[in-house]
Ligand binder design. Sequence first.
Ligand SMILES: *Cc1c(COP(=O)(O)O)cnc(C)c1O
Length: 228
Amino acid sequence: MTLLDRMRDVEVRLARACAASGRKREDVTVIAVTKYVSAAAAEAVVQAGIRHIGENRWPDARDKWEVLRGQAVFHYIGTLQTNKVKDVVGRFDYIHSLDRLSLAEAIHKKASSLGMRVPCFIQVNVSGEASKHGLHPEEVPDFIRQLQPFTAVQPIGLMTMAPYTDEPEQTRPVFRGLRELRDDINRSAITEQPLTELSMGMSGDFEVAVEEGATWVRLGSVLVGKEE
Ligand SMILES: *Cc1c(COP(=O)(O)O)cnc(C)c1O
């Protein structure tokens, strides 16, 4: 399949998931995860009209960032070590993996020095799998309260990864759990602005995530493909 074939296929599936759940297609934004492909392939994605690019390591993202800066919006979706914050803040427009206060502090310091704020998703381990990063759901409200001094960190929503499965339907409780957590947080008005965003859904499970309220889906293999 070519990139355009994959884009068309994803689009049909997204439209179907939106229709099935009474959502508007424009309320879901696709992030093309380019971590498996070259800078040339990432450039082709942007030329085909996808503006949002996701990467999970700065060394792998560097070439793509240099080629596409100014033309694409960059999302940092991987685990972020505190000593790598200096590479990421100022280059990436969004961070999807905020999972600890020491990281919030480092982002705040670097972003403040650049005179900017960084929109961040708080990563939540809804499934409770030991291998997954992220806060446990019950820790999130307090975590958000403790973010307040870090004014350059702008919490905009929650992110999760569902367990890998051959049966996408099994991921539904995880995605529903993230949405309910967001709605609970908004009802208790912990944040200045309500958390509007949910970053959830990957190649194997994005339709279920959309049906459960995803506002951003992160699509690698199903959309961008994989290169050796
Ligand atoms: C790699 C990755 C993706 C995309 O994975 P696919 O299954 O290829 O769509 C999405 N989110 C995160 C955090 C990733 O690391």
